[in-house]
Design a protein around this ligand. Structure first.
Ligand code: PSV
Ligand code: MN
Ligand code: MN
Length: 389
């Protein structure tokens, strides 16, 4: 049996990047609900992200989305974040809200449109240089709606060329992270629909190009932990966008819809050597969520705590006993050992662990009692939409 004391050191490695857009108002195509206290500026989003870190100790960086988080002075935003105790993290590009990109951006048949999309990524790299960010994350909304509409092969070739041009511009310590998604907004074909396509594209670029696995971007029933295992085995799993879903890309709180799936994924991360600080080559953990009806900061606190709790349970898996049962072909015992770890209630141990680390035992209750929510609700009027719906 692995004990909590044995894993408490490993738990300290956990860092979860929060997305700036989680703090903005969001909704569905039917309605965007306003939430009192919503940030009006990138600075206010950073302040909220720093609040999540202050209460949990789990979220030392915030991802930005350009141009949603456009500011005149990124170095100043970086100092502002550092003063608040966090760093600016991944820079996400955006080629999905411009009429020019209706039929594609990095894959577009027209070289001028492709260049415009490439230039946007160059601008993102400039931002990264000012913010000190390591990762440029690219999610493309490109594809087609009708069979015959587009030459899928030609688009794949143009994508490879565009990505190579962007990759070339990155600094030695920067990475290109290519995210896949099986559909939406395109409904017939998507240019980077699956891990295989992302893997093929990043492999052609070089060592500093890796895959981002967004847990909401697969067909229902997909064995996501298998993909995690395979990408780690191939050395190409760069990061996660964590969220959970019941139907499509729901962007719900991670661990809410299927905690067991989150456990299975984290077991493979540990097994594949990815559970370590990002600086030591670990997989980058990020959230990609929208809080349509719940308050944003408590929604983010719940999310990072869910990842922490499930990480603890994954670390508790008795891998020696499991390996023995697997070698013996003992199907039921192997499954029992696996399920024992999943069912272990770590909440009390985690409360103690947090106190030992100078954090509140119950970050959610501590936040709710802190007065921060009341303060932002009174001070901020007219908060902005997240941009992504
Ligand atoms: C789109 O589905 C998406 O979830 C991508 O995952 C991006 O990471 C995010 O939105 C913001 O662009
Ligand atoms: Mn995502
Ligand atoms: Mn998504």
């Amino acid at each position: 049996m692995t004990t909590f004391d044995q894993i408490s050191g490993d738990l300290a490695a956990l860092e979860i990047e929060v997305p700036s857009w989680a703090y903005g108002n969001s909704g569905t195509r039917f309605k965007v609900f306003g939430t009192p206290g919503t940030p009006r500026t990138p600075e206010e989003k950073v302040a909220d992200a720093a609040t999540v870190h202050r209460f949990t100790g789990l979220a030392p960086s915030v991802a930005l989305h350009i141009p949603w988080d456009k500011v005149d002075d990124y170095a100043a935003l970086r100092s502002y974040a550092e003063d608040q105790g966090i760093a600016l993290g991944t820079i996400n590009s955006n080629t999905f809200q411009d009429d020019d990109y209706k039929l594609g951006a990095l894959t577009h048949a027209d070289a001028k449109i492709r260049q415009k999309a490439i230039d946007h990524h160059f601008e993102c790299i400039e931002v990264m240089n000012a913010t000190g960010s390591r990762d440029l994350k690219i999610w493309l909304a490109e594809g087609s709606n009708y069979p015959g509409q587009a030459d899928m092969r030609g688009r794949q070739d143009r994508l490879a060329e565009s990505l190579a041009t962007i990759y070339e511009r990155l600094g030695e310590d920067q990475r290109l992270v290519l995210e896949y998604k099986f559909f939406e907004p395109a409904f017939y074909h998507t240019d980077v629909p699956d891990w295989g396509t992302s893997f093929a594209q990043v492999s052609a670029l070089g060592d500093r190009a890796v895959v981002c696995l967004d847990t909401g971007h697969h067909a229902p029933g997909t064995n996501i932990e298998f993909i995690v295992m395979q990408l780690l085995r191939l050395g190409k799993l760069g990061s996660f966008d964590f969220n959970s879903r019941f139907y499509a890309d729901d962007d719900l709180i991670v661990g809410a819809a299927d905690p067991f799936q989150l456990f299975r994924i984290l077991v493979e991360v540990v097994r594949g050597g990815g559970f370590k600080p990002v600086k030591e080559g670990g997989v980058a953990f990020m959230l990609d969520q929208c809080h349509n009806i719940e308050k944003k900061i408590p929604g983010q606190i719940r999310s990072v705590l869910n990842v922490q709790e499930m990480s603890a349970r994954a670390l508790l898996l008795d891998t020696d006993a499991l390996a023995r049962a697997q070698e013996d072909g003992d199907v039921l015992l192997a499954n029992e050992i696996f399920m024992d770890a999943f069912y272990t209630d770590v909440r009390a141990d985690l409360g103690g662990w947090r106190e030992d680390h100078g954090l509140p035992a119950d970050p959610m209750r501590a936040y709710l009692a802190s007065g921060y929510q009341e303060q932002i609700e009174a001070a901020r009027v007219g908060g902005t939409q997240a941009g992504w719906l």
